[in-house]
Design a protein around this ligand. Structure first.
Ligand code: XIL
Length: 430
């Protein structure tokens, strides 16, 4: 569809408005938009009707904003992209379909992290999982301390609840996480005396935890946050100074991947990191680590971009093109990429709340668009759905609104932004 629209636009002989100024420019823009509508209108309208459940596609201020930008399109591909964005906003507003179905048409899975007790205690939760979520991650239930609190002792109750929830709702599962040197470690691991002792815990932990659901968890974050924390003092080599690194050396990442491959050969194995959405020394350090792993033949299938945007790094909102380029950089190594913990913190942004929520809506749209443009980007997992459950409140006590549903499960501009991006991509793929 995308190509066909470009061809039609190319043959539509768009008037060149680049030299026009003032009133002639706006007249020229109107002629341009009309030419586009003549060339591609019927095709797009038919497809839009299909995607929007037959509801009328309506125009609003967001459509008008893109429409006015359309008149500055330089060439047919750029005009086509804007046209898809425009149609995505309109279809997104008109459709009754949720993010789950639209995501699948757009070629990616929309996911969320869950705490099983939140789902069980809130009747508003399950219907949203059914309509908007294709993939589940345990927010905490599969981490080392809860599942393996003492050597040889396992407690899978909460983790099993997440697996049961996913299987009963036909959701894909992401396992999170086997080896995280920075958090959720029980004292016996932190206090291991020798490399041999730690290595035996590690081998048992990976074999038992992954083995429990072998063949049922599609992806695992085998190693989480191997880089030194963004607020921690930097280490000479940029890697986190944790017990695995101290006792096993930096090779612990490759060792963990090998153990994971042996425990469940069907699972896609990921390394997951924060703050790598933005180009710079941190992303470069992570890229070098990934290159070293691949060069050494370590079984690595994917890279998880946590995407705690607006929070890590504080107050930064890398734009869609930047995120797309970052995803591509890793995809070009032959890896899958996913956004694994997406949320958009507003805490460090000025302005009144309504305008910050509008910003967040546009921003979520761009982030989702970035993933839809990279074929290797197979999923976007939110770190929670409704603001009342966000870790930013629970872990830090901040008043923040980083998720697509508000405290009472009303859909926010962020939700409609996500839906617009997915609808646009579904239309492009048709
Ligand atoms: C967070 C959880 O959301 C909190 O409930 C918990 O107290 C701490 O961990 N990066 C990760 C996630 O990889 O596991 C973290 O989850 C958020 C940051």
């Amino acid at each position: 569809m995308h190509r066909l629209v470009i061809v039609l636009l190319g043959s539509a002989a768009l008037p060149d408005c680049s030299q026009a100024a003032g009133a002639p420019a706006s007249r020229c823009a109107v002629r341009q938009v009309n030419a586009i509508a003549r060339a591609c209108g019927p095709l797009l309208r038919a497809e839009a009707r299909r995607l929007s459940d037959g509801n009328t596609v309506r125009r609003d201020a967001r459509v008008a904003r893109v429409l006015s930008r359309l008149s500055h399109a330089r060439d047919a591909p750029q005009a086509a992209d804007m046209l898809f964005r425009l149609a995505g906003i309109a279809i997104g507003d008109a459709t009754t379909r949720g993010l789950r179905a639209l995501g699948e048409e757009a070629g990616l899975l929309i996911g969320t992290a869950v705490e099983p007790h939140d789902v069980a205690s809130d009747p508003n939760y399950p219907p949203v999982l059914a309509s908007d979520v294709a993939s589940l991650t345990a927010e905490n239930a599969m981490k080392w301390a809860p599942v393996h609190p003492d050597p040889g002792t396992y407690d899978f109750a909460a983790a099993d609840a997440v697996v049961a929830l996913a299987e009963s709702g036909s959701h894909r599962l992401r396992g999170h996480t086997l080896v995280w040197g920075g958090a959720a470690l029980p004292p016996y691991v932190e206090g291991a005396a020798t490399g041999d002792e730690l290595r035996s815990y590690l081998a048992d932990h990976i074999a038992t935890t992954m083995g429990r659901w072998a063949g049922r968890i599609a992806q695992w974050d085998v190693v989480n946050e191997p880089l030194s924390g963004i607020l921690d003092p930097p280490t000479p080599d940029g890697l986190d100074d944790n017990v695995f690194r101290r006792l096993l050396g930096p090779g612990y990442v490759a060792e963990a991947l090998e153990l994971a491959r042996a425990a469940d050969p069907t699972a896609k194995l990921y390394v997951n990191e924060n703050g790598i959405e933005v180009p710079g020394p941190r992303q470069d350090r992570f890229f070098a680590l990934v290159q070293e792993l691949l060069a050494a033949g370590a079984p690595l299938d994917g890279v998880g971009f946590q995407a705690h945007l607006g929070l890590i790094p504080i107050g930064q909102y890398p734009d869609a093109a930047t995120i797309e380029a970052s995803l591509r950089r890793f995809a070009e190594l032959g890896l899958e990429v996913e956004l694994t913990e997406l949320d958009v913190t507003l805490l460090f942004r000025s302005g009144d709340l309504p305008s910050r929520l509008e910003f967040q809506g546009d921003y979520y749209r761009g982030v989702l668009e970035a993933c839809t443009r990279v074929p290797a980007c197979t999923g976007v997992t939110l770190w929670g759905l409704a603001d009342r459950y966000t870790w930013v409140r629970r872990s830090f006590g901040f008043t923040d609104f980083p998720l697509p549903f508000d405290d009472d499960w009303r859909r926010k501009p962020a939700y409609f932004g996500m839906r617009a991006a997915l609808a646009a991509a579904a239309l492009r793929n048709a």
